[in-house]
Every structure is written in structure tokens, then in C-alpha cells.
Design a protein around this ligand. Structure first.
Ligand code: VGL
Ligand code: ZN
Length: 195
């Protein structure tokens, strides 16, 4: 068991905890509601210790290329300024959280929170060295965000008890976790964090 002390050079990155990814939403992630209390606990721990809280959101125009209506793999979801794109109301995001909107270009899929956004510049500006990633979906946006964080030079942790995947196609969650581990990304859970 690791003993990780959270501090000012750390960032909690909460990926896409939006209504459309919850059960009943347009692109539901099974059991995604169950990680909300856990993520709220992480928010408490990280903010108490002065870490930067970041929340990414999938923020598509209505004609996004990833939608089935345009031959893409996904039903229309997280359309800008709709209820489905709002953060889950039970998520206790602090008012000073950094919100990163992504995948806004209608012609380009962007799973990573770093892709086409200011996220790397913001993390650098705050002097962040380690990132801890939670949210959905393990096999898409969590995975892509973790890989980019690692490539940009951040020590990258995935919070294994704070993620859920879509597993489309079947086996993609397991494959994603294997890929992240092989790259050098570290999986930890609440027990590894000193409170
Ligand atoms: C996501 C599929 C499509 C995600 C976003 O947040 O992981 N997955 N758009
Ligand atoms: Zn999307």
C-alpha cells in the first residue's frame, strides 16, 4: 500500500461526470452513479490539501462527427448547453474548480482532456507535477487523458475506485487498463492516499 500525501503540486482531474454518461442518459456507463460519493471524497481530500481540482466535460456541437447521425460510433450525447451535458448534480465541485470543455470541433473526435484545450498550460501555470484521474469512461476519455498526462511529463495516477467504463466493444476496459499499466501509469485507490 502506497502512502501518498496530497499537496499543492497535485491535481485531481475528474473526467466527464455528466448526466448523459449516467444510467438513463444518452450514453450510459454502467454503475457510474456508484463512483460519485468516492469522487466527492477525493474532492474533499484534494481541496483540503491545496491541490488543483479540474473537471473536464464532453462538450459537443449537435452535429459532432462521433455521432451515429454522422456515421460515428456513439448516439448523440453531451450536446453543449443541454441537460445531458451538465455535470451530475450530486458531484460537489468546488466553485474554484477549473472546467475544461473538450471535443467542441464538429469535425474532430477528442477523447483526451488535453486535446485542443488549455489543460496542459493551466497545469503548468499552477506548477502541477502529479495528476490523479477519476471519472468516465475508463476505456475512452479517462484512458486518453491519462496517456496524454503521462506524455506531457506528469506523474500520472488513475484512481481505480473512482472510474467506470463503457466496455464497448467488450473487453475494452481490461485492454485499456493493461495499456495504461504498461505505459507506466500507476493505479491507486483511497487507501493509498494519506488523509
Ligand atoms: C466518452 C465516448 C464518447 C468519454 C466521450 O467521456 O469517455 N466516450 N464521448
Ligand atoms: Zn463524446
Amino acid at each position: 500500500m502506497a502512502q501518498i500525501k496530497i499537496g499543492k503540486l497535485d491535481s485531481l482531474i475528474i473526467v466527464d461526470m455528466q448526466n448523459d454518461f449516467m444510467p438513463g442518459g444518452a450514453l450510459p456507463v454502467e454503475n457510474a452513479l456508484t463512483i460519485i460519493p468516492k469522487i466527492n471524497r477525493y474532492i474533499d481530500i484534494f481541496s483540503k490539501n491545496g491541490a488543483l481540482i479540474v473537471a473536464t466535460r464532453d462538450w459537443h456541437p449537435p452535429n459532432h462527427i462521433s455521432f451515429k447521425t454522422r456515421g460515428g460510433p456513439w448516439p448523440p450525447h453531451c450536446i453543449q448547453n443541454t441537460k445531458g451535458a451538465e455535470f451530475v448534480s450530486d458531484l460537489r465541485l468546488p466553485s474554484n474548480s477549473i472546467i475544461i470543455s473538450k471535443a467542441e470541433d464538429p469535425e474532430k473526435e477528442a477523447y483526451s482532456g488535453f486535446d485542443g484545450t488549455e489543460l496542459n498550460n493551466i497545469l503548468k501555470k499552477y506548477g502541477v507535477r502529479r495528476v490523479f484521474i477519476a471519472g468516465v469512461a475508463t476505456d475512452y476519455c479517462v484512458k486518453a487523458t491519462a496517456i496524454d498526462a503521462f506524455r506531457y511529463g506528469y506523474e500520472t495516477f488513475v484512481l481505480s475506485d473512482g472510474i467506470k467504463g463503457v466496455d464497448i466493444p467488450k473487453g475494452s476496459v481490461e485492454k485499456a487498463i493493461k495499456e495504461l499499466l504498461e505505459l507506466g501509469i500507476i493505479f491507486v485507490d483511497e487507501h493509498d492516499i494519506v488523509i
